[in-house]
Design a binder for this molecule. Structure first.
Ligand SMILES: NC(=O)c1ccc[n+]([C@@H]2O[C@H](COP(=O)([O-])OP(=O)(O)OC[C@H]3O[C@@H](n4cnc5c(N)ncnc54)[C@H](O)[C@@H]3O)[C@@H](O)[C@H]2O)c1
Length: 382
């Protein structure tokens, strides 16, 4: 059986997670990677056992054997790389955010449609099996009319002023840090599960570390050593490390989200509760194999991820029996499984199961509205 040939651009944190997930599918051959320069690409190719490597992504795109490309680079590069990949006739899976402006995201949606190529944004959190279970509970009326959706996405990796990353630099990350980086996942998930659209929002941002200390040399150089004051530069920070956003949906439903990247002890906790007229549900990404189901009359329940307990359609996203936990790495595998099933048939649907560039555009629009609301200190219609 011939395998689909894939190239991956960017092999920092998430690129290797894509590669591992792709390899677990079986019908994919990751044939090449590209990174920022030849030396980095060579080193990564050796670590990841990939035959071909390029210090320039355009060379990867020029390889006619490659059918599909995954873009796993900093945010400011997504638009240009996705555009060129589509123009080179490749299917594209792009990391979030799809682009850093709405105009760029719109152009990518149009181009992908014109070229008839499969396109996805890596909103992998949708692919925890119990997320689809909750979506189906909403569709089946189990939750009833949704009154309120509230929750948070909390992390602590920017807790200290000495914590530093390209995500803090607007030229690389865009005008938003916490909302674009993690709030985007929460908002995508909420609209996906509830089927409701946000129509109005009010945002309040804070930047607790207004000056951060940027290491002047790569951190690895100092591994195990204590940095001295002269090893840092003071950098003013213009993007948020905290935000609260109020939402109104296209029904009577209301919502509120808190995101923070300075919440001590919270490593990567996406949490929400959805209160409906029949039941409530709650889910925590640090304990993703359980859903809490709240009832007014009778005992509350805890549903465990188990193929025999979920809706038949949800079983498609489960690889192992109950009690055998599935987690972060499995979500990408399940997303790519749906994506490459479409690529394999050659029939690109305009309304695929997986999050397409349309979902990426939606997040870009919402992010711009959130920024506008914070700047103007007022409710903004979407
Ligand atoms: N969906 C998720 O769960 C998830 C998780 C983490 C990151 N992300 C997204 O993935 C993207 C990358 O994040 P990361 O954490 O892996 O960042 P990272 O800094 O760890 O890795 C970025 C990689 O891109 C490479 N790169 C930079 N410029 C390049 C260029 N011009 N050509 C080729 N390669 C280049 C870097 O050398 C590095 O290997 C971001 O857009 C981020 O939002 C998504």
């Amino acid at each position: 059986m011939s395998k689909i040939k894939v190239g991956v651009i960017g092999t920092g944190f998430i690129g290797p997670a894509h590669i591992e997930a792709l390899r677990r599918l079986g019908n994919i051959d990751v044939v090449a990677l590209a990174d920022v320069d030849e030396e980095t690409a060579k080193e990564k190719a050796a670590q990841l056992s990939i035959d071909n490597y390029y210090g320039d992504y355009r060379k990867l795109l020029a390889d006619s054997a490659i059918q599909s490309v995954h873009i796993c680079t900093p945010n400011n590069l997504h638009y240009q790389m996705a555009k060129e990949a589509l123009e080179a006739g490749k299917h594209v899976v792009c990391e979030k955010p799809l682009a850093i402006t709405v105009a760029e995201a719109e152009e990518l949606v149009e181009l992908a449609e014109k070229e008839g190529l499969a396109n996805a944004v890596h909103f992998n959190i949708r692919y925890y099996p119990l997320i689809r279970q909750m979506k189906m509970m909403v569709e089946n009326g189990d939750i009833g009319d949704i009154y309120a959706i509230h929750g948070s996405y909390l992390q602590d990796w920017l807790f200290y002023a000495t914590d530093y990353n390209w995500r803090l630099e607007p030229e690389l990350s865009g005008k938003s840090c916490a909302i674009a980086d993690i709030g985007s996942h929460w908002i995508d998930l909420i609209e996906y599960i509830s089927g409701r659209k946000i129509v109005e929002l009010f945002a309040d941002f804070a930047t607790f570390h207004k000056i951060r200390k940027k290491p002047l040399k790569p951190l690895e150089t100092y591994a195990g050593k204590i940095l001295k004051p002269e090893d840092y530069a003071d950098i003013p920070i213009n993007t948020e490390d905290y935000a609260t956003v109020l939402f109104k949906f296209d029904t009577d439903a209301r919502g509120v989200l808190t995101v923070s990247q300075v919440a001590a002890g919270r490593k990567n906790r996406l949490y929400f509760e959805m209160d409906g007229s029949n039941r409530a549900v709650a889910w925590d990404s640090e304990n993703p194999n359980y859903v809490w189901i709240g009832r007014r009359d009778g005992n509350n329940e805890q549903l465990m991820k188990d193929p025999s307990l979920v809706f038949p359609e949800v079983r498609e996203l489960i690889s192992f029996p109950g009690g055998h936990n599935e987690a972060f790495g499995d979500t990408s595998k399940q997303l790519f499984k749906e994506f490459y099933a479409v690529v394999a048939t050659g029939k690109v649907s305009q309304q695929p199961l997986y999050p397409s560039f349309e979902a990426g555009l939606r997040e870009t629009v919402l992010c711009e509205k959130i920024l506008e609301s914070n700047e103007k200190r007022q409710w903004i219609k979407v």
